[in-house]
Design a protein around this ligand. Structure first.
Ligand SMILES: NC(=O)c1ccc[n+]([C@@H]2O[C@H](COP(=O)([O-])OP(=O)(O)OC[C@H]3O[C@@H](n4cnc5c(N)ncnc54)[C@H](OP(=O)(O)O)[C@@H]3O)[C@@H](O)[C@H]2O)c1
Length: 181
């Protein structure tokens, strides 16, 4: 796949390394933006309050499937239910929320896991297969929460994950285990 990532930080740079190792062609754009024409998917990995500004500097994204990996810790844009909705309002293509509910510092340990850790996904149907592949190729098992309407619930899970980490575990992976019922 041709993957364009917006954001070169812990998430953007980390995912770029994982997907490059999996054989994808990855382009990473920084705060100066750039052209994403021809990308099969755009992954947004900038600070949660900088999404609109960052996207405004990227051309060639109309209709491009997009994955929003951001978290929102400060004030949120009142015009959008979630940052995934904000991304959709700009790109106009199918959107998924994923890679926001994990600790990017731990990406290098993904390859050591006997069973792929879980990663929450809220995806519109048209992008579900694509975001599942991105998850598997990074070393995660996608855990589906629903469609775009579930993106806000994933964003709101950020403080909970951080609270778990701060109260004993440190950065962690998680897995969802069906009971077999
Ligand atoms: N760290 C995690 O464990 C984690 C996990 C899941 C989700 N997230 C979320 O993922 C997003 C990125 O987090 P991160 O940890 O990768 O942050 P980070 O390491 O601070 O990197 C942020 C990146 O965004 C770029 N950036 C900042 N303002 C920008 C703008 N206006 N336009 C374009 N690019 C801009 C920065 O550019 P410069 O390099 O030029 O400063 C940097 O490359 C955030 O929304 C965060 O909440 C983080």
């Amino acid at each position: 796949m041709r993957i364009t990532i917006l954001g070169r930080g812990t998430v953007g740079g980390g995912l770029a390394a994982l997907w490059t190792a999996a054989g994808h062609t990855v382009t990473v754009l920084g705060r100066d933006g750039g052209d994403a024409t021809g990308a099969d998917v755009l992954v947004v990995a900038v600070p949660g309050d900088r999404v609109a500004e960052a996207l405004s500097r990227v051309t060639g994204i109309a209709g491009t499937p997009a994955v929003d990996a951001t978290n929102v810790y400060g004030p949120r844009d009142p015009g959008h239910e979630s940052n995934a909705h904000l991304v959709r309002s700009v790109t106009g293509g199918p959107v998924a929320k994923s890679f926001s509910a994990n600790f990017a510092s731990e990406y290098p340990r993904l390859a050591d896991q006997a069973t792929p850790p879980g990663n929450l996904v809220a995806a519109e149907p048209e992008i579900r297969e694509l975001v599942d592949r991105l998850n598997r190729d990074a070393g995660f098992a996608p855990v589906h929460v629903g469609g775009l309407e579930a993106a806000r619930a994933i964003e709101d899970a950020g403080p909970l994950l951080i609270a778990i980490a701060r109260n004993g575990t440190g950065p962690f992976f998680y897995r969802v285990s069906p009971t077999g019922r």
